[in-house]
Design a protein around this ligand. Structure first.
Ligand code: FAD
Length: 316
């Protein structure tokens, strides 16, 4: 949408922190069509250089086109570390790029470290039940994708004026045909980037009832998520689904309303910074994961909570 995602700036910020530890040089790869103007934004987060790869064939994302233009540039520059935000696009692109580069790939990392020049990462496994530390091995760059909303996005002081370099590129033949673009959700904030998410499950009973969650979420400028049951029932679009077969989210605050807390749902939101659960069943598994729990009927609790929060927010 003509904007750089917040999660990409988080990757740039984290890259800056790593570079500062070893006196390294930070470059950004920016690929698309008519995107050169966006290159200016990266200096504020500490980029030394932005390589701009522009071609009309890159207007719509395709695995083939983006791999074809990025791989030769990475091979030529031969960076020690390559970072990408773990967006839906990266889940498609990063494995193909790693295969083309002949290097490994560590996905969905929540911590990056450089110890004695050795690069290692921490990443959740088994649906977030455990964390594993991994080190890059073998040839090529240490390639990692980072979980959105985990790393901070810090402007550097003073901002750098990143050098912008246009690189000729050839996306080659793209066998995927772009047919149509369909907007995700109804213009709500992308779940993976939201700082506050209010999610609803089976207990919501119908699409209409999600209005009370939307009202609560809007107070925080947050987004509404859903369990798979709510999505399968047709109450919310699939783009709102949180979990193993939906999105992995990491907001500052996750409010789970009438959601039992299945392992598949927890896999998508278990690393949220603060989890609040509202459920009528005191034995619901979600309470084991929640920082704060409210045992009660969501149709009573949420309107009360919204009303009280509105009073608090009106004070400021
Ligand atoms: P339920 O488990 O039925 O829970 C409803 C909860 O609401 C209960 O705890 C109940 O006590 C409470 N409740 C009822 N009435 C009220 C009320 N008035 N006020 C407050 N609380 C109330 N699920 C996902 O969410 N995301 C996924 O990505 C996902 N992927 C899956 C992949 C696979 C391969 C499989 C097999 C399953 C997957 N599931 C996923 C489904 C998952 O197993 C659960 O079935 C689902 O998460 C349950 O949704 P729920 O919590 O909304 O419903």
């Amino acid at each position: 949408e003509g904007k750089v995602k917040k999660s990409s700036f988080e990757a740039v910020s984290e890259g800056r922190r790593l570079c500062d530890q070893v006196g390294g040089d930070l470059s950004v790869l920016l690929a698309g069509e008519e995107i050169e103007a966006l290159a200016e934004d990266f200096g504020a987060y500490g980029a030394d250089r932005v390589f701009v790869l522009e071609d009309p064939k890159l207007a719509a994302y395709s695995t083939e086109g983006f791999t074809a233009v990025l791989a030769p540039l990475v091979q030529e520059k031969n960076p020690a570390i390559l970072l990408m935000a773990n967006s839906i696009l990266a889940r498609d692109l990063a494995p193909r790029l790693a295969a083309r580069l002949g290097c490994g790939l560590m996905t969905d990392c929540v911590e990056l470290a450089l110890d004695g020049g050795k690069f290692s990462v921490l990443r959740p496994v088994f649906g977030g039940k455990a964390l594993v530390r991994e080190e890059a091995a073998g040839e090529g760059p240490a390639f990692a994708t980072i979980r959105p909303n985990v790393f901070s996005m810090d402007p550097v002081d003073p901002p750098k004026s990143a050098e912008v370099e246009k690189v000729p590129c050839d996306p080659g033949e793209i066998r995927t045909r772009f047919v149509e673009k369909i907007e995700e959700g109804d213009g709500q904030i992308d779940l993976t980037e939201a700082e506050v998410i209010v999610s609803g499950g089976r207990a919501l009973k119908n699409a209409e009832n999600f209005k009370i969650l939307e009202e609560l979420a809007s107070l925080f400028h947050g987004a509404v998520g859903a369990s798979r049951v709510a999505v399968d029932s047709g109450w919310r679009p699939h783009s709102d689904q949180v979990g193993q077969t939906g999105k992995v989210v990491n907001p500052k605050l996750y409010i789970a309303c009438g959601i039992s807390g299945s392992v598949q749902h927890l896999a998508g939101m278990g690393t949220s910074r603060t989890i609040v659960a509202i459920n009528t069943d005191p034995e619901a598994p979600i309470f084991e994961k929640a920082d704060d729990g409210i045992v009660g009927d969501l149709f009573t609790v949420i309107p009360l909570l919204t009303e009280e929060l509105r009073k608090v927010f009106n004070l400021f």
